[in-house]
Design a binder for this molecule. Structure first.
Ligand code: PEP
Length: 251
């Protein structure tokens, strides 16, 4: 059984004071962790505040970027080793904003995944196509190509415990959500790609999130799809009420 995973992806939107207030407001409002795993992803400058606020609760914390080396002369980068020492649980990698604005390649993402795993963090690997690729009906091969590249040289055990987020770029921050059928189609294809690369058990274990304008109004029908195990949520995770509603989508 795959435990659903609802993760906020705050991006560059909150300072430590706002972070502390937000996380204090979640106390006593988190779902039963055996039913839904709650995660907040934030930039490095907010992680310690998040960790302090989440101490003793079931909230898990994700970084939104990391380098693939543990230490060294890499000015401004975030060490996966230090993230692990701090107590960060997940690392979001390969987000389309990082691929687009910061020119991250599939190879970088594969190295980052390996670095996270080597340090005991769980990668949340993002993938997804542009509107152009969707319109050209090439989204299937595009997304499975991204997955194959991101998982290169990982073992079945490593893949079984990670998270993949399908985030069609045309649905991110646009208010335009993929229909449940469109999201299911690609999440299923991702699971099939994992089955082809590894085996059925690995594919059955890997958790796959949908991301792209997920909000309280559409979370239920997206989460009802058989291959959607969670959400990676930007805009609708920024307000405590809406994030709490998303976490309790099961009612
Ligand atoms: C995201 O950036 O991961 C995302 C899905 O954003 P939004 O929910 O705002 O579309």
């Amino acid at each position: 059984m795959r435990t659903p995973i609802i993760a906020g992806n705050w991006k560059m939107n909150k300072n430590p004071k706002e972070t502390a207030e937000f996380v204090a407001g979640l106390k006593g409002k988190l779902p039963d962790p055996s039913k839904v795993e709650a995660v907040i992803g934030a930039p490095a400058v907010d992680l310690q505040t998040l960790l302090d606020g989440a101490a003793g609760t079931d909230l898990h914390i994700a970084s939104e970027n990391n380098y693939f080396e543990d230490a060294g002369a890499f000015t401004g980068e975030t060490s996966p080793k230090v993230l692990a020492e701090m107590g960060v649980n997940y690392g979001i990698i390969g987000h389309s904003e990082r691929r687009g604005y910061f020119h991250e390649t599939d190879e970088d993402i594969n190295k980052k995944a390996k670095a996270l795993i080597a340090n005991g963090l769980t990668p949340i690997i993002c993938c997804g196509e542009t509107l152009e690729t969707r319109k050209a009906n090439k989204f299937g091969e595009w997304v499975s190509g991204q997955i194959k590249a991101a998982l290169k040289d990982l073992t079945a055990d490593q893949v079984a415990s990670l998270v993949i987020a399908y985030e069609p770029i045309w649905a991110i921050g646009t208010g335009e959500t993929a229909t449940p059928e469109q999201a299911q189609e690609v999440c299923h294809l991702i699971r099939e790609t994992v089955a082809d690369l590894y085996d059925q058990t690995t594919a059955e274990n890997v958790r796959i999130q949908y991301g792209g304008s997920m909000k309280p109004a559409n979370v239920k029908e997206l989460m009802a799809q058989p291959d959607i195990d969670g959400g990676l949520i930007g805009g609708a995770s920024l307000q405590p009420d809406s994030f709490i509603e998303l976490l309790h989508y099961q009612g």
